[in-house]
Design a protein around this ligand. Structure first.
Ligand SMILES: [Zn+2]
Length: 297
């Protein structure tokens, strides 16, 4: 079913990553900058992530001895430095997710550069190193961001949807590994209900919402592909949902043929295989379009 499945290390059938976007309360501040700070319910819903869900999630990862990747807006890293410390202590990866969850497509190239590089400085000061991975807030990556990632030597991007499995983004002789996302593995549709920022979703029962992710996983497992969740601690880290995730994770790890790794490990492996011409990794060339003229209708 997959034309060019990637042979994973150790004979694993599938590469897996449970990734979290720790947006915390940045979402209400960026959406309602004038009074978001005084909207205590959405602020508290966001704070549930760093304060309650992340310790729970880190405990599970420790119990099963897996290292995973967390995308965090820099502003959230500054607000919750103990959370950053606990993630690093667990040996996990922290990747770039904007400064305060600003949408790149709503800013000029100059503003995007300013926010992106300001975020890099926060990463550097709180983690001691530059991140190598990036996911755009609301997946809104654009060509300015791609340029920034290439300029700053990033290894991978994770906001696009052009394949089931990792592929290479190439532009002007440079490249990034793309670790593709999809809404089917994102917990926003089944679990988010956020009237203050105009998301009025129908919240699913934990088992119903999670069932969609497990179906995505099984298809990738059968096809020897790649499965990655895009979850938020204040949604999937809640008690009922995470209890079920932990049970599922235990059963999957019992199969002994699923490679759970950080995204930098997965992207590094793909980049190396491609560089050594060992596997047929698909390439997408950017920009997709030059000076497109859409006719007036
Ligand atoms: Zn986000």
């Amino acid at each position: 079913m997959i034309a060019n499945p990637i042979k994973w290390p150790g004979g694993a059938r599938v590469a897996c990553a449970i990734t979290f976007d720790i947006d915390a309360d940045s979402l209400i501040h960026i959406s309602r900058p004038k009074d978001g700070f005084d909207r205590l319910c959405p602020v508290s819903m966001g704070k549930y992530g760093p304060k309650v869900a992340i310790p729970r999630i880190l405990d599970t990862f420790k119990k099963f001895d897996i290292k995973q990747t967390f995308f965090i807006p820099a502003w959230c890293m500054s607000q919750y430095p103990e959370m950053v410390e606990s993630i690093l202590e667990g040996g996990h990866e922290i990747a770039h997710h904007g400064y305060i969850h600003e949408d790149p497509t709503r800013h000029s190239p100059e503003e995007q550069i300013e926010w992106f590089e300001r975020a890099l400085e926060v990463h550097q000061s709180l983690t001691g190193s530059k991140p190598v991975g990036y996911r755009a807030p609301v997946y809104n990556v654009n060509d300015t961001v791609i340029e920034l990632l290439m300029k700053h030597g990033f290894l991978y991007e994770s906001s696009m949807m052009a394949d089931d499995i990792p592929y290479i983004l190439q532009k002007d002789g440079r490249q990034l590994v793309e670790l593709p996302v999809h809404w089917a593995n994102d917990d926003w549709p089944p679990f988010a209900h956020y009237p203050e920022i105009d998301y009025m979703m129908h919240v699913q029962a934990a088992s119903t919402g999670l069932a969609g992710f497990w179906e995505e996983f099984e298809a990738q497992y059968q096809a020897r592909g790649f499965w990655m969740s895009i979850w938020h601690p204040f949604l999937t880290g809640r008690l009922t949902r995470w209890t079920q995730v932990e049970r599922w994770l235990e059963s999957i790890l019992d199969r002994n043929d699923c490679w759970f790794a950080t995204l930098s490990e997965i992207a590094g492996y793909v980049a190396q295989q491609d560089q050594d011409n060992l596997q047929n990794i698909r390439k997408d060339t950017l920009p997709y379009y030059h000076n497109v003229q859409i006719p007036d209708l």
